[in-house]
Design a binder for this molecule. Structure first.
Ligand SMILES: [Zn+2]
Ligand SMILES: [Zn+2]
Length: 170
């Protein structure tokens, strides 16, 4: 037989402020963290997080884990995002300078984008993440998806080849 106190739910105490009001646990170290002290990753603030190689697995972090592990990763994400905005894109295959650049990397691909610009930006993110500042053979296409005619919408997909513009074919 269990006495009543033994079957009571374990109370999680916040490891920072010692509040016992909430029972959140850090997704990294499992320490208790109350709502006020915990850090959350709001994915709507990090639009391209799904494309990020080092995307954190969890959603809730204690302040220690956030500062030590998550903040540096999110800083890196923001750095790549900044670089992505500066990626040079050569659409199609008509530019002579772009044609002369040697293709070494495999193409990057993106699907289910909301607009042409969104697809271009996401390709740029993937290219920047691979350490490149230029993409060639950029191809972006749209298709209609959805059921009945009036509910159809366009989704965009694209491919591009990351290149180093200094490495030329000729
Ligand atoms: Zn707390
Ligand atoms: Zn933690």
């Amino acid at each position: 037989m269990f006495s009543e106190s033994e079957v009571e739910m374990e109370i999680v105490e916040c490891s920072v402020c010692c509040s016992t009001k909430t029972a959140l646990t850090c997704n990294t170290c499992n320490m208790g963290s109350c709502k006020k002290c915990a850090y959350f990753i709001d994915e709507s603030e990090y639009e391209f997080l799904a494309l990020f190689n080092e995307k954190p697995d969890g959603e809730i972090y204690c302040p220690n884990c956030y500062n030590d592990n998550i903040e540096p990763v999110l800083d890196k994400y923001n750095e790549i995002l900044d670089l992505a905005k500066d990626v040079n894109a050569y659409v199609g295959n008509s530019d002579l300078r772009a044609r002369a650049i040697r293709r070494i990397e495999k193409p990057v691909k993106i699907e289910d984008c909301l607009s042409r610009e969104d697809a271009l930006m996401r390709l740029g993110f993937l290219v920047a993440q691979k350490g490149f500042d230029t993409m060639v053979d950029v191809s972006i296409v749209s298709k209609k998806v959805g059921g009945a005619k009036r509910y159809k919408k366009l989704v965009w997909s694209g491919t591009a080849v990351p290149v180093d513009p200094k490495i030329r074919k000729y």
